[in-house]
Ligand binder design. Structure first.
Ligand SMILES: [Fe+2]
Length: 550
């Protein structure tokens, strides 16, 4: 069966293609349109479809629109109720529902040749659940699944269990109670962009003290039946609202710390309830925007009752394109295959990359080993733009569209944040060869998708200060030679030169822009930011200070 998945309703529009139960292509629209998050998260934009990514998914697999068996749309307007009845202050919500109802016709217009009858609505949280429960590595038994989201049609959460590829829902929490919307409200109050910058609030939280935890325990409570309540919160009474141009202070960090801590407590309770209700499932799979909170994830893994915790790397709404497609493929009788990596986006052949370099008239070489070439520059404290293979699906760069640097220099954080124009309180993350992980870090292993925080062993903190956060943690990506041989080779070459098994890895983009996707965007970044080496596939472009003639 050939199923195209579409996420379009709230934010992060994306498309994914599942053929015979296997994800063969998946991409976010922002990588094509170059508009961060694809569109604004407002009801008026609900009609906008991931047209470019959907067309690319089909073209990359050589499948014509009329050969699709189904299109899975990750929202079911038939489940919706009036926003006021749900306690949501959203007078335009009805417009969103209207647009969703007309999605089959919109899709048929965007993808000429598509029969609108082939469009199936998948409940939003079922799509999130499938992106976790069906995409997780096989557990060999039941998989508990926990969706923690901002909102879907009428709920914000889903707890269930997958048995033999079928979801049995156990509990969902109806709106307006929502952990995702709670975090979004805080994000807005702290002057950041909601549905986008929540991870900045998580980073800010590590600088604060949870002074308001008692108050928040009153306002955000779990119920005995696996649900929760979020009462209205007087944010301004806890810390002054941050307006454009005003600075973040201690009170803001304390508020972020308080909400973050309470969130961790609540999701732990929900995970424990689900463990009991599922009859003691050994694996927990998670998705939904809140599942990108790697501090909470680490606590669930460390303190929760599960043997394994797996988080969908595209846990936000983009991942519902993949989940909806997997869900419909399973409904149509396909046996679904777990994800083996996130390199599901666009890629270019060596010949195509070389043609791009020639067109740009950039002086380049083809070294014997691009991994060794990059390691050499990194060892000399240079910054490397690392562009290899297909681009990543989801918000993290994981060694395909990455900006790399030396972890041993305290100044690296400032330099990287300068390249990217980011706030200085934001940490940068390490990648480490899987076999060296236990020497340097403690915590969840494997962690190939950077979705958990880990403790840096005390003896390593001074050796890799650039990636050791203020609280002694790091958000680690473990690199496995079987799935990422080139990145593993680069790490090994770097360790041979420096004795350090860790390299700084952050996304290859500049502030406010999506990650680069094409070779041309990569060369534009290289030309406009202080990057010392561009490793474009097997080709190297160096700046003068590192032996180039530019
Ligand atoms: Fe969602």
């Amino acid at each position: 069966m050939r199923v195209l998945g579409i996420n379009a309703i709230f934010h992060d529009p994306a498309a994914a293609l599942v053929v015979d139960g296997r994800v063969v292509a998946a991409a976010e629209e922002e990588r094509f349109s170059r508009r961060k998050h694809g569109k604004r998260p407002v009801p008026f934009s609900a009609w906008e479809l991931p047209e470019l990514s959907a067309a690319w998914c089909l073209a990359s697999a050589g499948i014509d629109v009329d050969r699709l068996d189904a299109v899975a749309y990750s929202f079911d307007p038939g489940l919706c109720r009036d926003a006021a009845e749900l306690g949501l202050a959203d007078p335009w919500d009805g417009l969103r529902v209207d647009y969703a109802r007309r999605a089959p016709q919109f899709l048929a217009a965007a993808l000429p040749g598509l029969d609108p009858e082939k469009v199936r609505f998948v409940p939003h949280h079922v799509a999130h659940a499938a992106s976790a429960g069906l995409a997780a590595p096989p557990a060999g038994d039941d998989t508990a699944v926990l969706v923690l989201d901002g909102r879907g049609e009428v709920a914000s959460h889903l707890a269930g269990v997958y048995r033999g590829g079928r979801l049995s829902p156990l509990r969902s929490q109806e709106l307006p109670h929502s952990l995702g919307l709670l975090y979004e409200d805080l994000t807005r109050h702290l002057g950041f962009l909601h549905s986008s910058d929540e991870y900045k609030v998580m980073a800010l939280a590590s600088y604060g003290t949870p002074k308001h935890l008692d108050a928040l325990r009153e306002l955000v409570r779990v119920t005995d039946d696996g649900g929760f309540r979020v009462e209205p919160i007087d944010w301004a009474g806890l810390a002054k609202r941050v307006e454009a141009g005003t600075e973040l202070g201690e009170a803001h960090a304390d508020l972020a710390a308080s909400v973050q801590r309470r969130l961790e407590e609540v999701v732990l309770d929900l995970a424990r309830w689900l463990h009991d209700a599922s009859g003691g499932a050994r694996t927990l799979a998670m998705a939904g925007g809140v599942a990108l909170n790697c501090v909470a994830n680490a606590r669930i893994a460390a303190e929760g009752p599960y043997r394994d915790v797996w988080v969908q790397p595209a846990a936000g709404d983009a991942g519902t394109a993949l989940g909806a497609a997997l869900h419909v493929a399973a409904e149509l009788g396909d046996r679904t295959a777990p994800m083996t990596g996130v390199d599901l986006g666009r890629g270019w052949s060596d010949e195509e990359l070389e043609a791009e370099l020639r067109r740009a008239a950039l002086p380049y070489t083809r070294p014997e080993s691009i991994a060794a070439e990059a390691a050499e520059v990194l060892a000399g404290n240079g910054i490397v733009a690392w562009y290899q293979g297909r681009s990543e699906y989801g918000p993290r760069a994981l060694g395909h569209r990455s900006l790399l640097a030396h972890p041993g220099d305290r100044d690296t954080t400032r330099r990287m944040n300068d390249v990217k124009g980011r706030e200085q309180f934001r940490p940068i993350a390490p990648m480490v060869r899987a076999e060296r992980f236990p020497d340097v870090f403690e915590g969840v292993f494997p962690s190939p998708y950077m979705l958990f925080v880990h403790r840096v062993k005390p003896q390593w903190r001074d050796r890799i200060p650039a990636v050791t956060h203020v609280d002694g943690t790091a958000r680690v990506q473990t690199v496995h030679a079987e799935t990422e041989p080139l990145v593993a080779e680069m790490l090994a070459e770097f360790e041979r030169r420096t004795g350090l098994p860790v390299v700084v890895n952050t996304s290859l983009n500049t502030a406010g822009r999506p990650m680069v996707d094409t070779p041309r965007e990569t060369m534009e970044l290289f030309g406009s930011a202080p990057v010392d080496l561009l490793a474009l596939g097997p080709f190297a472009v160096r700046r003068r200070a590192f032996g180039g003639d530019r």
